[in-house]
Ligand binder design. Structure first.
Ligand code: FES
Length: 349
């Protein structure tokens, strides 16, 4: 840091003289130095070809990521010394990463070597812009566009459009990994009239007397078929959609939604365990408030008030499963859910 002291002047602001530092003198703009590309058209053409090659290569890599997606088996493994991983993911990631890098590097090279780099200085001005300033800026923008050579340097322009255009392709292709559209699959679960509610941990059907006030248990329907290797996916789908939480709340603390007066048994209520935001399983229960929290994005549902959303991004309450008691005294469903379980997104359209 310089030891040079700022010049000081005396000023009188009504309370006697105070010392005020004078503004630092404007050092001005350093003399402009021309780049090789400013004075040698061949050098400028060389850089133009480099930039265009980078943009074009980005496009080729974007296409390569799509080829890798289809050509490399999903379960193939990449090994390189101590590093290993899924070869399909690795190839897609490398291609897209390099493509983005090349677009960025090409843009930097273009700006540094070819675009006009003369420095200008402006005095500070009020934050808002006057009409004249807006007009000046518009003209400056047009001038900048002209000086960037975007219209003139067709090679770069085509390369950039090719690279950027093809970069959109992997995003579309990778949408395929989201799996088939759910259609109306979330409108139905394996719950049906008379199906017993089974404790998910003990695998025993639940009687109202098994539950004390304040308790919450995870449960599944008794008709869930046993897990078998050949039908594991169907099993997981059925189980995921039918998972429920059963909670016992003091009846005086429950605010029942009209039409659901007979959906609970002595304060025992049953709700889908699948968060209506994007489908995480929930069960972080706070018995004093009757709130259950989704760990993914903190949506909070009030189980004493038809599981309505009291906080977070979920858009609708947890679907409630109407309960009854069968002839042997076990909790059973009155029917399937009366609305789709899971993320509300799937209800759209
Ligand atoms: S999935 Fe539950 S809050 Fe997002």
């Amino acid at each position: 840091m310089s030891d040079e002291k700022l010049p000081v002047v005396k000023a009188d602001e009504g309370h006697g003289a105070v010392e005020v530092a004078e503004p630092i003198a404007d050092p001005g703009i350093e003399p402009h130095e021309y780049r090789i590309t400013d004075i040698d058209p061949k050098a400028a053409d060389r850089v133009e070809r480099q930039v265009s090659a980078m943009f074009t290569l980005a496009g080729v890599l974007a296409l390569g990521s799509c080829v890798a997606y289809f050509a490399i088996p999903r379960d193939s493994v990449f090994e390189f010394g101590p590093l290993s991983g899924n070869a399909n993911n690795m190839a897609i990631g490398l291609c897209i990463g390099l493509a983005l890098f090349l677009i960025g590097a090409g843009a930097i090279q273009w700006a540094k070597k070819l675009m006009v780099d003369e420095e200008i200085s402006e005095d500070r001005h009020p934050a808002h812009s006057s009409p004249e300033q807006i007009q000046d800026i518009t003209e400056a923008f047009k001038q900048g566009a002209a000086e960037s050579g975007f219209g003139r340097r067709t090679l770069i322009r085509r390369g950039l459009f090719t690279g950027l255009g093809l970069l959109g392709l992997p995003a579309v292709v990778l949408l395929r990994d989201l799996g088939p559209l759910p259609g109306r699959t979330l409108y139905h679960t394996i719950w049906a009239k008379g199906i017993r509610v089974v404790n998910d941990v003990t695998a025993r059907p639940i009687k109202p007397a098994d539950m004390i006030v304040g308790q919450l248990v995870n449960a599944i329907p008794a008709n869930l078929p046993p897990l078998q290797e050949e039908s594991a996916v169907e099993y997981q789908n059925a189980r995921a959609k039918a998972a429920v939480i059963v909670v016992r709340i003091r009846p005086t603390e429950i605010r029942t939604k009209p039409g659901r007066e007979n959906w609970g048994i002595d304060g025992i209520l049953c709700y889908s365990k699948i968060c209506t935001h994007v489908g995480c399983p929930i069960s972080l229960y706070e018995q004093t408030t009757h709130h259950v929290l989704c760990p993914c994005h903190q949506s909070t549902f009030d189980l004493a008030d038809s599981a309505k959303v009291v906080f977070g991004p979920a858009a609708r309450p947890l679907p409630q499963l109407p309960l009854a008691v069968d002839s042997e005294g076990y909790l059973v469903a009155q029917s399937d859910f009366t609305e789709p379980v899971g993320p509300s997104f799937f209800e759209r359209g």
